[in-house]
Design a protein around this ligand. Structure first.
Ligand SMILES: *[C@@H]1O[C@H](CO)[C@@H](O)[C@H](O)[C@H]1NC(C)=O
Ligand SMILES: *[C@@H]1O[C@H](CO)[C@@H](O)[C@H](O)[C@H]1NC(C)=O
Ligand SMILES: *[C@@H]1O[C@H](CO)[C@@H](O)[C@H](O)[C@H]1NC(C)=O
Ligand SMILES: *[C@@H]1O[C@H](CO)[C@@H](O)[C@H](O)[C@H]1NC(C)=O
Ligand SMILES: *[C@@H]1O[C@H](CO)[C@@H](O)[C@H](O)[C@H]1NC(C)=O
Ligand SMILES: *[C@@H]1O[C@H](CO)[C@@H](O)[C@H](O)[C@H]1NC(C)=O
Ligand SMILES: *[C@@H]1O[C@H](CO)[C@@H](O)[C@H](O)[C@H]1NC(C)=O
Ligand SMILES: *[C@@H]1O[C@H](CO)[C@@H](O)[C@H](O)[C@H]1NC(C)=O
Length: 528
């Protein structure tokens, strides 16, 4: 009996040890078949071990040793971390990690490792939507086998009140893509936008791409932001736990509490060296802290950049490229929802990116990709191919420095207001492809009372497009003695699928929405 009790105690101790003690292991998201960030950065490898042990990490190509790093586990954390030498893209490589502790040597191996570019994909349900949910899903899934050089990882949906150092759980450990793991159910894994973006990159760059998905549907930007980032926008704590607006399933109605997803799903990844991030989020903020999004979103970008830079010992670029999708559409006949506001705020109120407040960013405009009959609700349009392709163009220009890539839709460079004649000449920064002009797409604000800071008090009037000449659009409003504002495409659902009025000639990229106020003194007057 006593012997039996002793065994139980031993077993209990062992169980406690499994949880508490520092078994020699890699951090959760280091696994065979992963992609590590290529040069000029150094990939970080980290894990746990016995305090007082020595850990060696050797990189091999076949039988040939490429490098060996040694680290002592001093201090109290039982965490070790090494930086590999900068590596040219390619592979496969393998890693042997060994722990020397007292008399014991423990070995760990990782196989089929590739060096390439690692991209993080974050956001809410439109990032979560899997390849099986999009248009042409069957064909897209069947193509998975053509891309063995892309490797994918999906973090599980977890939240935490405090910052975690490692992921609690992983939904999809590093894998070679297959039809099954790209299309696992609805809003699970793998992200279609992330996959298609990576696929476009892989075809162009012809080297390995690692894709890390960490997203959760129905979540506000605040949940993905650290306390440090939120403070910059005057936010501190929240009481709301769940967001129920898009209540299609548990997964598309995620946690709302500030920082809980930053804590559990982003903070653990900070030590990994990455090339950049893409992001598809904002729907939820049409309902929560909307007017702050022009602060909270740029603040998240800046904070993620600083945090990844610090976590990777300076190996992730301090200003790493950050791409995002400008919100698509949701409700066709709702004139009042805040989709335009969030789209505008996603650019820090510039209308385009990159801009002085959002350097090294790129944006895929998606307001022309509405999908009224999506079985997942109109908030989840199924054309993710076009979204990903537009992101990819931005990445080539901003992340890969291609000089001659057209990646932005047309944007106004100059406004000339002619009050007496009641018209405005808008000069765009590039030649225009005008296809489906509507009489409501441009709106003017008449009179002297402009509520720039309480825009809902303004009454906008549909204006007529009088003429279009190469890159100049002339907009007319009869009987307006003073034009004090102008806006374009300022509605949730501004056009039918791929039929917005203005596109770029070069790549058929849509002109993003804008709003412009004309302060009285700055007006150009023709006959004064
Ligand atoms: C990152 O590395 C540091 C050591 O440089 C370690 O203390 C920390 O736990 C690691 N993880 C995170 C999430 O910062
Ligand atoms: C995903 O959603 C679609 C449309 O609602 C449905 O037909 C399909 O059965 C769902 N698939 C799974 C795996 O739940
Ligand atoms: C990008 O992907 C789209 C479909 O997702 C495809 O039509 C296009 O050819 C791809 N472009 C490149 C350069 O890979
Ligand atoms: C949303 O779903 C949850 C869980 O299924 C349920 O408890 C809740 O009442 C739903 N909320 C709304 C507004 O439908
Ligand atoms: C953000 O937009 C709101 C109006 O929606 C405005 O009041 C505020 O000044 C803007 N903040 C920044 C930082 O641009
Ligand atoms: C789906 O496939 C058809 C036929 O190949 C093609 O015309 C269409 O553009 C594809 N849709 C998307 C969203 O890629
Ligand atoms: C730049 O791109 C345009 C359009 O794709 C092309 O016509 C032109 O030849 C390119 N110029 C250079 C220098 O590559
Ligand atoms: C405004 O644009 C139209 C069309 O390009 C042009 O004919 C007109 O001269 C312009 N007005 C002024 C004052 O430049």
């Amino acid at each position: 009996m006593e012997l039996l009790q002793g065994r139980w105690i031993l077993l209990l101790l062992c169980l406690v040890c499994v949880v508490e003690c520092n078994t020699f292991r890699f951090a959760s998201y280091y696994a065979s078949s992963m992609v590590l960030q290529q040069k000029p950065s150094q990939a970080v490898i980290w894990g746990y071990g016995e305090v007082g042990a020595t850990v060696t990490v050797s990189l091999f190509k076949g039988p040939e040793i490429i490098s060996k790093k040694i680290v002592d586990l001093n201090g109290e954390t039982g965490v070790w971390k090494i930086l590999l030498d900068p590596m040219e893209h390619g592979g496969p490589y393998w890693i042997l990690a060994q722990q020397y502790f007292q008399e014991d040597v423990t070995k760990l191996e990782l196989h089929d490792l590739l060096f390439g570019d690692v991209w993080l994909c974050g956001g809410q349900s439109n990032m979560e939507m899997t390849v099986s949910q999009i248009f042409n899903a069957t064909e897209e899934l069947a193509k998975a086998v053509d891309y063995p050089n892309i490797r994918i990882l999906t973090a599980a949906l977890e939240m935490s009140e405090s910052e975690l150092d490692d992921l609690r759980k992983i939904d999809l450990q590093w894998s070679v893509p297959t039809a099954e793991n790209l299309g696992n159910g609805n809003f699970s894994y793998f992200s279609a936008v992330c996959w298609l973006f990576g696929r476009n990159l892989s075809r162009k760059l012809k080297y390995p791409i690692g894709l890390v998905e960490s997203s959760w549907g129905g979540t506000p930007v605040e949940a993905w932001s650290s306390n440090r980032a939120l403070k910059k926008c005057g936010l501190s704590e929240s009481k709301r736990k769940y967001c129920y607006r898009y209540n299609f399933s548990r997964k598309v109605s995620g946690p709302c509490t500030y920082s809980v997803l930053w804590n559990a799903m982003i903070h653990p990844l900070l030590n990994m060296t990455i090339k950049g991030a893409i992001w598809y989020q904002g729907e939820h903020n049409t309902d929560m802290n909307t007017d702050l999004y022009n602060c909270t979103f740029p603040s998240l970008i800046e904070d993620w950049r600083l945090s990844f830079y610090e976590g990777s010992n300076g190996q992730t670029d301090r200003h790493f490229p950050f791409g995002f999708v400008q919100l698509s559409t949701y409700m066709k006949f709702d004139k009042k929802d805040k989709y335009p506001d969030i789209r505008w705020h996603q650019t820090a109120d510039y209308g385009y990116v990159p801009n002085p407040k959002m350097i090294n960013t790129f944006m895929a405009v998606a307001m022309d990709l509405g999908d009224e009959t999506s079985p997942y609700g109109s908030v989840h349009p199924r054309d993710k191919q076009t979204v990903a392709y537009r992101l990819y163009l931005g990445a080539r220009a901003v992340a890969y420095g291609s000089k001659n890539i057209s990646f932005q839709g047309p944007f106004p460079a100059k406004f000339e207001v002619f009050d007496k004649e009641s018209y405005i000449n808008i000069t765009y920064n590039q030649k225009l492809l005008i296809t489906h002009l509507s009489d409501t797409i441009f709106e003017v604000l008449c009179g002297e009372s402009v509520y720039e800071y309480e825009p809902e008090l303004n009454s906008w009037l549909a204006a007529t497009v009088m003429s279009v000449d190469s890159n100049v659009v002339t907009v007319y409003y009869k009987g307006c003695s003073q034009i004090s504002g102008l806006r374009y495409a300022w509605e949730d659902w501004p056009c039918e699928y791929k039929k917005c009025p203005i596109y770029s000639i070069q790549r058929h990229l849509p002109a993003p929405l804008f709003v412009k106020y004309f302060p009285k003194q700055k007006k150009v007057r023709l006959h004064n």
